[in-house]
Write a protein that binds this ligand. Structure first.
Ligand code: G6P
Length: 489
């Protein structure tokens, strides 16, 4: 199976209409987040009766002008037409669901995998227990998705994505739906013992609802074995019984497994081929290694820690250029504003250190065209990511493919935070150019950057490139959907 003829449920629509009908669609944002990037390649075109139906929220300013009375539209894509349904919500409901519950509570909670991060960094927010009305809004949105799936599906499998819709599996079952239900969590799944130290009693009760919501699925997929086993632990604490990777809870059974996501390697390679030379900064007169940092401007990505390491490296006299691009995300959510100011300060200090040593440093907080992002991935000598915790982090995978255009011996080293899914999915590739580091250990960050700039670390190998290709988005979806069909674990 390489295309999915069933229902995809995701908080995000396939695309948001930023222009009225008839006007050209705005380009895809540069760093759109892992969910869309992973799921987009597996949609099956709609032939009038069959194909993928994508159900997502209507968040674009012109969305209503494109849909029929029930929210349906056919979206032309590069691969053919996609059947799409949008659900619309009022501002207050959306605020409670998306800002307060999904982003203010669940997103930080999901990333507490090993350490109580809010106690350790100055900027990682403590998950805020949603108010009763915000939680009610989250339930309402989840119920609307469950109702839409129930009304749209004719027995085909339903694949629900991510923490914004974690109640949908159980809500669908409560409606009597009997089709196979898959749930995939794109983020990490947290450690309950650590989360207990960070949440208040009500927050914990809400989080337990998330776990029981997911237990409505026939198959629950996670990015890594560690995430899957933390979920199993959370379910057992609530009374689920376990046999292997199968959980029994309230008369239902859920298979649990690890399904690390991948990318569309061919599409990425096409973009890497089409990318022109870098225009983000003027290259220095004497060539030095180029270190690149790319991500959504999220507090899970370890950006302040990286910029501090870059500043120390300039102060220590290392010769390199740095280009950082942090794509704006979730603007208006308080923790992101706090992060933006910490990043701005760290970038200003790194820029001062670079100037003092006559080096090129640039950090931008904006959306760059995708082709320019991929151009940076292709032309970098060091790809420096540093997530504190991350479901996967697709940047290292994209960079490995973009680097395949360069000959062996002239390729980059890719650095990843040890808590990113990519570090566990590609464990054993340290000699193939994928090096891990603890972003919270300044000495390790300094040593890694120094060795990377000096060319002492292994470069991206053909073995890494082949592995990224063979574990691509289609392989990921095929594994998940085959297991869902056969209810196998
Ligand atoms: C991560 C999440 C996705 C989310 C994306 C972008 O990849 O796992 O569910 O869609 O970030 O975030 P946003 O809040 O803009 O949808």
């Amino acid at each position: 199976m390489d295309r999915f003829a069933g229902l995809i449920l995701a908080n995000r629509a396939f695309l948001d209409h930023a222009s009225p009908p008839g006007a050209p669609e705005a380009a895809t944002p540069a760093t759109e987040g892992g969910l869309l990037a992973a799921v987009r390649p597996i949609i099956a075109t709609w032939d009038g009766d069959h194909g993928t139906t994508w159900i997502g929220a209507g968040c674009g300013p012109f969305d209503r002008e494109f849909v029929d009375g029930r929210g349906f539209e056919i979206i032309p894509t590069a691969h053919g037409p996609l059947r799409h349904r949008r659900l619309f919500f009022g501002d207050e409901t959306w605020h409670g669901h998306y800002r307060e519950t999904a982003n203010g509570f669940l997103w930080p909670a999901m990333h507490i995998i090993e350490l109580p991060l809010p106690d350790i960094t100055a900027y990682f927010p403590r998950p805020r227990t949603p108010s009763a009305s915000a939680w009610a809004a989250y339930e309402q949105v989840n119920d609307a998705f469950a109702a839409a799936a129930d009304a749209t599906a004719a027995g085909e499998p339903v694949w629900i994505h991510d923490y914004q819709l974690a109640l949908v599996p159980a809500l669908l079952r409560d409606r009597g739906a009997s089709m196979p239900i898959g749930f995939f969590l794109h983020t990490p799944f947290p450690s309950m013992p650590i989360l207990e130290r960070v949440l208040d009693r009500e927050g914990l009760a809400r989080f337990e609802r998330i776990v029981t919501g997911i237990l409505g699925a026939s198959l629950a997929g996670f990015q890594s074995e560690a995430d899957a086993s933390r979920f199993i632990d959370a379910a057992e604490r609530l009374g689920a019984t376990r046999a292997g990777n199968r959980l029994a809870f309230r008369g239902r059974e859920t298979c649990v497994g690890a399904y690390p996501v991948g990318i569309d390697a061919d599409e990425l390679l096409d973009v890497a081929r089409a990318a022109g030379p870098i225009t983000l900064f003027d290259p220095p007169a004497t060539p030095v290694p180029l270190v690149v940092g790319l991500e959504r401007a999220d507090y899970t990505k370890g950006i302040p820690e990286r910029l501090a390491a870059v500043r120390r490296a300039y102060d220590a006299g290392l010769a390199f250029s740095y280009a950082g691009v942090a794509a704006p995300t979730r603007e208006g959510v308080a923790a992101y504003e706090r992060l933006a100011s910490d990043v701005e300060n760290a970038a200003a200090e790194a820029a001062r250190a670079a100037r003092a040593h006559g080096r090129v440093f640039t950090h931008v907080h904006r959306n760059l065209p995708w082709v320019e992002v991929v151009g940076l991935q292709r032309d970098a000598d060091v790809i420096f990511t540093s997530s504190l915790a991350d479901g996967m982090n697709l940047v290292p995978l994209q960079s490995a493919i973009a680097q395949s255009l360069r000959p062996v011996g002239e390729r980059a080293v890719i650095v990843t935070g040890k808590g990113a899914g990519v570090a566990s999915a590609f464990a054993g590739f340290e000699q193939d150019g994928l090096v891990t580091v603890d972003p919270l250990d300044p000495a390790a960050m300094d040593a890694t950057l120094r060795a990377a700039v000096a060319g002492e670390l292994p470069q991206v190998s053909d073995r890494l490139i082949a592995a990224v290709r063979s574990r691509d988005a289609r392989a990921w979806a095929t594994r998940f959907l085959t297991d869902l069909e056969e209810i196998r674990c």
